[in-house]
Design a protein around this ligand. Structure first.
Ligand SMILES: Nc1ncnc2c1ncn2[C@@H]1O[C@H](COP(=O)(O)OP(=O)(O)O)[C@@H](O)[C@H]1O
Ligand SMILES: [Mg+2]
Length: 307
């Protein structure tokens, strides 16, 4: 049974009236994998994770978690699974430590050292005695991870863990997920941010309006990504465009300046050439990363265009 998948979803479908929130979605997560479900707002990520946690029932399809299904195993389908959907909830008037004690009590009451260990892992040990009401959203989110860790999960499920956090909060949350992943835990997370998934995950399913438009490794996705584009604005954009085209770079006119696509070394040499020709550079900026550009194409193309 060691090759049993952590998550094996086949043809999952969930409709709300006329709206199909999740549409014949299949997804396989191997043990020890860090897997991302990536999609824009409304793509069906939370609906998928709600089905996984048994909060809603799929209209069609099958879902097994470490080989267990809701139909055959009931609540035991969640053995070894912990995490949160949207935002974790806590009692704001109580400390982080006390909240964990209460939550842990539902699972038989963790020892003090177990709670301290979980708080340590999420970097909240020094704030453990403070009221949760005074925590930042990043801290609350990390406390949610600590609450999940008390259950000693084999599979940790996180719904947009970094969404809405400030840059420092995002950095801390990503570092935490990476640490947990390195400890061998299987992680399934949803995200709307390609850069986040690229940084943390091994594999990804990209979803748009409930349908998977890409499954595979981040490495394979990179191979499909378009070339990096830069915005270049100079004192003579007409000449700059001609020089860029002559060098085999892709060029698009912008309201202000040019979008130039090609290998970094070619962009560097174009800039040197322009400056050498007495043209001044007013702006040079990297546009979205190649994977971000691909993500946008995959999730914004009109329906049917990707088939
Ligand atoms: N309980 C519900 N009733 C009606 N529509 C819902 C419900 N939950 C989600 N939806 C709709 O399903 C779609 C997917 O939502 P959701 O899974 O929350 O997307 P995501 O988490 O990717 O932003 C959206 O169009 C949303 O409005
Ligand atoms: Mg959501």
């Amino acid at each position: 049974m060691s090759d049993v998948l952590a998550v094996d979803a086949v043809g999952l479908t969930k409709t709300y009236g006329a709206l199909t929130a999740v549409d014949r979605l299949s997804l396989q997560v191997g043990r020890g994998e860090v897997y991302g479900v990536l999609g824009p707002d409304g793509a069906g990520k939370t609906t998928l994770l709600r089905m996984l946690f048994g909060l809603i029932r799929p209209d069609a399809g099958t879902l097994s978690i470490f080989g267990r299904t809701w139909a055959a195993d009931g609540i035991r389908a969640l053995d070894g699974v912990a995490g949160f959907i949207e935002s974790p909830r806590f009692h704001p008037g109580l400390s982080g430590h006390k909240n964990l004690q209460l939550l842990g009590g539902l699972d038989g009451g963790p020892s003090r050292s177990r709670i301290d260990e979980a708080l340590e892992t999420v970097d909240l040990r020094d704030r453990a005695q403070d009221r949760v009401g005074g925590y930042s959203s990043g801290m609350r989110r990390r406390l949610g991870v600590a609450a999940s860790l008390l259950r000693d999960p084999r599979l940790l499920v996180l719904d947009e863990p970094a969404n809405g956090l400030d840059p420092a909060g995002i950095r801390d949350m990503r570092a935490l997920v990476k640490r947990l992943a390195e400890s061998g835990m299987t992680v399934l997370l949803s995200s709307r941010d390609m850069a986040e998934v690229e940084e943390i995950c091994d594999g990804v399913t990209i979803v748009r309006t409930g349908t998977a438009v890409y499954h595979g490794s981040i490495a394979a996705l990179r191979a499909r990504a378009p070339e990096q584009a830069h915005t270049i604005r100079t004192t003579d954009d007409d000449l700059a465009a001609r020089v860029a085209v002559r060098r085999g770079l892709g060029v698009d006119r912008l309201d202000q300046g040019l979008a130039v696509r090609g290998p970094q070394a070619e962009i560097d040499s174009l800039v040197a050439k322009l400056i050498g020709a007495g043209i001044a550079l007013r702006e040079l900026a990297r546009r979205e990363t190649p994977l971000e550009a691909l993500f946008r194409r995959l999730t914004e193309a009109p329906a049917g265009a990707l088939a």
